[in-house]
Design a protein around this ligand. Structure first.
Ligand SMILES: Cc1cc2nc3c(=O)[nH]c(=O)nc-3n(C[C@H](O)[C@H](O)[C@H](O)COP(=O)(O)OP(=O)(O)OC[C@H]3O[C@@H](n4cnc5c(N)ncnc54)[C@H](O)[C@@H]3O)c2cc1C
Length: 382
């Protein structure tokens, strides 16, 4: 077992950290406050750095790096701004990866290449009001009409929604099939007639990441935009989410790391009872727990990423990494606010934003209750 990053991974960490510190961090609090997405900063520049398609082969516009490098990139962005971290994660893991995994050669040339090059942004629309944890509740329909598919229905909670040019949308193509059967995946381009954007969510955290509804009203797309085989949508969604959880686990890890560093620096600086609060054992024990849990989370995240790149089965590993890292992010950020005392509760310091941002990592891409189901099934399957 080798516990050291290779030279390429170290370089990616250094490059993304410098970029995140210099360019992303200064506006993170203001973008959170104004709930605004800055596309040129939060996506176009990531494309210029080669991050938009970091794991995809160069022939499709990617950088040909491994999943550990990808996890490091999301971690470093999220260390200063979790909204920017999820922009990349949703774009790459949810928007682009299903095309890489299930797309035809033509679909890869047409859709994956601009996504990987960072000239187009991706999104993923699975969730509906009646289909949250249970994707088998999908009600959006797609009916075949000549050379087209006609989509009707509403998707909710779409990250990068409204901004993304290329959207992966799941719809029921067999009305007689039950639950997760009879669902198919489609590629829907932004300006397609009949495709519009509904409610934009106002959220507790990741407030500079846009989240909105997709509304399909007799939206006609070419038959060639079916992704994978007809009726295989549930499989496409589940495989995509297996990979997506590496991104969210890395996002959670980055949030925790950022909060820990802020708490450590503050504890050394803040004096009460004529001494730095870092000299109190109560504070040291908090810092010790935070640092230990972050390291444990990092090992789980990188292990899942390693297996993904090595072509090994990694669904259980990414579920474990996502579940554990997100629970760590919640605990660490809450304790970081505690270390800051009353100041931690104000918006003058970043830890309150980090605590709000951490919460979503326990919920999206499968709640942590659902991760336990995924892990439990994997453990007892054989
Ligand atoms: C900011 C944000 C961004 C999102 N981005 C996207 C996106 O880009 N694309 C997309 O498709 N979706 C997205 N989602 C949706 C997200 O993945 C869902 O919210 C999540 O999967 C949970 O679904 P739900 O909200 O309907 O909760 P529910 O499924 O209604 O769950 C409610 C509670 O019941 C629990 N529960 C449900 N079923 C079980 C079970 N079998 N066993 C134990 N407990 C259970 C849950 O864990 C949870 O605690 C996003 C959501 C948010 C808030």
């Amino acid at each position: 077992m080798i516990f050291e990053l290779n030279e390429e991974q170290k370089l990616i960490r250094q490059t993304v950290r410098e970029f995140a510190e210099k360019e992303i961090k200064p506006s993170a609090a203001e973008r959170d406050e104004s709930e605004s997405f800055d596309r040129s900063l939060m996506f176009d520049k990531l494309g210029e750095l080669g991050l938009a398609g970091i794991v995809f082969p160069e022939e499709y516009g990617g950088a040909g790096a491994d999943y550990i490098s990808y996890a490091i990139a999301v971690e470093e962005l999220s260390r200063v701004c979790a909204s920017t971290g999820v922009t990349l994660s949703a774009h790459l893991s949810l928007g682009a990866n299903p095309i890489y995994l299930f797309g035809s050669e033509e679909q890869k040339q047409q859709f994956l290449t601009p996504l990987a090059e960072g000239t187009k942004l991706g999104a993923f629309a699975l969730t509906e009001t009646a289909a949250g944890s249970d994707a088998g509740g999908t009600k959006t329909t797609a009916e075949r009409d000549g050379e087209d598919w006609v989509l009707n229905g509403t998707k909710i909670f779409c990250t990068n929604g409204g901004e993304a040019e290329i959207n992966i949308v799941f719809a029921r193509t067999d009305k007689n099939a039950q639950k997760h059967h009879g669902i198919s995946a489609f590629i829907v381009e932004k300006d397609t007639p009949g495709f519009s954007f509904g409610k934009k969510e106002r959220k507790l955290g990741i407030r500079s990441s846009p989240t909105c509804e997709f509304v399909f009203d007799n939206c006609r797309i070419p038959a060639a935009n079916l992704l994978g085989e007809e009726g295989s949508g549930f499989k496409v969604a589940m495989k995509t989410l297996d990979g997506g959880r590496i991104g969210i686990a890395a996002q959670a890890l980055g949030i925790a790391q950022g909060a820990f560093e802020a708490a450590l620096a503050y504890a050394k600086e803040r004096k009460q009872f004529d001494q730095p609060i870092s000299s109190f054992q109560a504070i040291q024990f908090k810092l010790a727990d935070m640092a230990t849990e972050i390291e444990a989370a990092r090992l789980l995240v990188y292990q899942a990423a390693y297996k993904a790149s090595a072509g090994q089965a990694y669904g259980k590993d990414s579920a474990m990494a996502k579940m554990y890292a997100s629970d760590v992010a919640m605990r660490v950020t809450t304790e970081a606010v505690q270390v800051f005392g009353g100041y931690g509760f104000t918006r003058d310091f970043p830890v309150e934003r980090m605590m709000r941002d951490a919460k979503i990592t326990q919920i999206y891409e499968g709640t942590n209750e659902v991760q336990r189901v995924v892990i439990g099934v994997a453990l007892t399957r054989d």
